[in-house]
Design a binder for this molecule. Structure first.
Ligand code: NAP
Length: 320
């Protein structure tokens, strides 16, 4: 089978499409014939060698994919060959024609969800779910600002918060992105490239501020986020690409909390619960991953450039 292999950390060009041996499942394992692969910003951080957790070289990148079960190992009870699935992490890497997974990393993909959409589920939706419900403990009726709502995690956050009965305010940097966020269920949309755009929040919340902020770019926004929180407000730091200055007094006056989060910290039991909820959301249509671009697997280097460019519109997927 063909797989993208990385033999040294570096720029997108270190990813090469190579022929590698076919995969066979061991006990408790599943081999998936991959139909689509989700591209996430973290894949680029790992490939560059700048991420804390470094894989042994050579490796195949990627954690998200969807496809059809090809073979199951001894003791696997939840899947039979032919089942449509999405995967949430792999043992072998997702940028490939086949992926080897633990049974617990595989989840059913409802018939009405395409393989490309299935590849867009894991990191974006599990991150959004964990941030919103497990970290912020957001409740129906609360107001949520999805600060960076046009990308993978942002679209997932808007759909999850809206379905749970929250008032949703999203931000995006382009007209196309703002239209998308509105279509996905945001009650209000702001332009995070406009001057003083957060002042509009006071009007939108009748001067009260927002209860929860899901923050995709904390190094730019955290200082201002703390000034627009309601009392007992929570900011969940999902993404950050540098350092930032804050005024701690802004948290004191509001009894506010800054909550960090990394999906990789989630325990297996937590992930089981998150994916149970996501599968139901995919089944009942409240969760509808948005695909911006499908590229051939060999164009993984181009996908890694595109995923870091501004002007997000849902997800980029690779097709083996
Ligand atoms: P993505 O698809 O590339 O989306 C990036 C988002 O950030 C877009 O909505 C983009 O909007 C927005 N953005 C750009 N400038 C902004 C600004 N000044 N203020 C607010 N938002 C801004 O990436 P993603 O997959 O959604 O991930 C988002 C971030 O979370 C990344 O940094 C990623 O590494 C991180 N992440 C962390 C975890 C975790 O476990 N903690 C998990 C997944 C992702 P426009 O393009 O419209 O300007």
């Amino acid at each position: 089978m063909k797989a993208i292999r990385v033999h040294q950390f570096g720029g997108p060009e270190v990813m090469k499409l190579e022929e590698v041996p076919d995969l066979r499942p061991g006990p408790g394992e599943v081999v998936v014939r991959v139909k689509a692969v989700g591209v996430n910003p973290v894949d680029t951080y790992i490939r560059s060698g700048g991420y804390a957790a470094k894989p042994d070289l050579p490796y195949t990148p990627g954690m998200d994919a969807a496809g059809v079960v090809e073979a199951v190992g001894h003791g696997v009870t939840r899947f039979v060959p032919g089942a449509r699935v999405y995967v949430a992490g792999t043992l072998s890497g997702a940028y490939a024609e086949q992926a080897l997974c633990k049974e617990s990393q595989v989840h059913p993909l409802p018939d009405k969800v395409t393989f490309a959409q299935g590849a867009a589920v894991n990191i974006p939706y599990a991150t959004a779910y964990r941030a919103l419900f497990h970290r912020a403990r957001a409740m129906p009726g609360e107001t949520v600002l999805v600060h960076g709502a046009s990308g993978g995690v942002g679209v997932a956050s808007v759909q999850l918060a809206r379905a749970a009965g929250m008032k949703v305010i999203g931000t995006a940097g382009t007209e196309r992105g703002r239209k998308l966020v509105t279509e996905q269920g945001a009650h209000h949309i702001l332009d995070h490239r406009a001057a003083d755009y957060l002042s509009e929040l006071q009007q939108l919340t009748n001067g009260r501020g927002v209860d929860v902020i899901l923050e995709m770019l904390a190094n730019v926004n955290l200082g201002k986020d703390l000034t627009i929180l309601a009392r007992n407000g929570r900011v969940v730091v999902i993404g950050s690409r540098g350092s930032v200055e804050i005024n701690p007094r802004d948290t004191m006056s509001r009894d506010a909390s800054i909550l960090g989060m990394t999906l990789m910290n989630a325990a297996e039991s937590e992930l089981t619960s998150i994916h149970a909820a996501l599968v139901v959301g995919l089944e009942n249509g409240t969760l509808r991953p948005v695909i911006n671009q499908e590229l051939p697997l060999a164009e993984a280097p181009r996908a890694h450039q595109a995923v870091l460019e501004p002007g997000s519109y849902g997800k980029i997927v690779l097709i083996p």
